[in-house]
Ligand binder design. Structure first.
Ligand SMILES: Nc1ncnc2c1ncn2[C@@H]1O[C@H](COP(=O)(O)OP(=O)(O)OP(=O)(O)O)[C@@H](O)[C@H]1O
Ligand SMILES: [Mg+2]
Length: 254
């Protein structure tokens, strides 16, 4: 499915947060959004997913959704958002209420196998590592057979090693499911590893400073296979300029 954001601007009361964002996510494309803290990344994701109505501009969805899709635009959050009293299978089943029991169980089993969690189906979230908890978050998202995944810093709560492992799993998943993905992150190495294009937002009110195409097929980017350092450096310079400028504005105000 194709997602198109046109001339999106947003203000919370008199706080201008986003300004004139034009952005499309193509069918099967992975687009990362990076930018200084507070520039409106999460706001933009909520607008893209229809959770928040923008002050101006429009969001358009076009194209086919996968067979059996229950929710075309599906979120994955940083804090996993699991119910602590529900088992792994129970947490995945939460989003499948509209299905009959047999179909629901089959979907749960598929999603748990895809995320290597089948053996843990009866465990509670507190019995799992952080990485496994986020896998439950992913399983729950996959179970609805989404067309577009909207991910807000999905790896930020995890330690560096777990993050590396899940990054590889995400890369495989995005390819195997032909998902379109909008992926917000602070971590530039995630953006250059996973995305086809990286959108750099300016400081608040966020507008598009630059869109950087990575130019190497996603599955050829496993750690060490290609050096993405130069692209990461370029992204960092763009963001650093924005952070420095924002700091100057703060100093000037005082
Ligand atoms: N519901 C809200 N009501 C009022 N202001 C908000 C609301 N949500 C966010 N903001 C403000 O809007 C600005 C942008 O917030 P947003 O969460 O979109 O930024 P972000 O780029 O995701 O930041 P971070 O990188 O820290 O996650 C911030 O100044 C924030 O304080
Ligand atoms: Mg955010």
């Amino acid at each position: 499915m194709h997602l198109e954001l046109a001339r999106i601007s947003h203000a919370y009361d008199d706080l201008d947060v986003l300004s004139g964002i034009d952005l499309a996510v193509g069918d099967g494309e992975v687009v990362a959004i990076v930018g200084p803290s507070g520039c409106g990344k999460s706001t933009l994701l909520q607008i893209a997913g229809g959770l928040l109505r923008p002050s101006a501009g429009s969001v358009r969805q076009a194209g086919a959704v996968p067979p059996g899709c229950l929710n075309p635009l599906t979120f994955v959050f940083q804090d996993f958002a699991l119910l602590p009293w529900r088992t792994v299978a129970g947490n995945v089943g939460l989003v499948l209420d509209s299905l009959d029991a047999r179909e629901r169980d089959a979907r749960i089993a598929d999603a748990l196998r895809q995320t290597q969690l089948w053996a843990f189906r009866d465990a509670l979230p507190r019995q799992l590592s952080g990485g496994m908890r986020q896998r439950v978050g992913i399983a729950r998202a996959l179970a609805v057979k989404p067309a577009v995944l909207l991910m807000d810093e999905p790896l930020s709560a995890l330690d560096a090693q777990t993050r590396e492992l899940l990054m590889d799993e995400f890369a495989q998943l995005f390819a195997s499911e032909a998902l379109s993905v909008l992926y917000v992150t602070h971590t530039l190495s995630e953006a250059v590893r996973l995305a086809d294009r990286v959108v750099v937002l300016s400081r608040r009110p966020g507008c598009i400073r630059e869109i950087v195409a990575i130019g190497v097929p996603r599955l050829e980017r496993r750690a060490g296979m290609v050096d993405l350092g130069a692209i990461e450096q370029r992204l960092w310079h763009l963001i650093r300029d924005e952070v420095v400028a924002a700091d100057r504005e703060l100093v000037d105000e005082h």
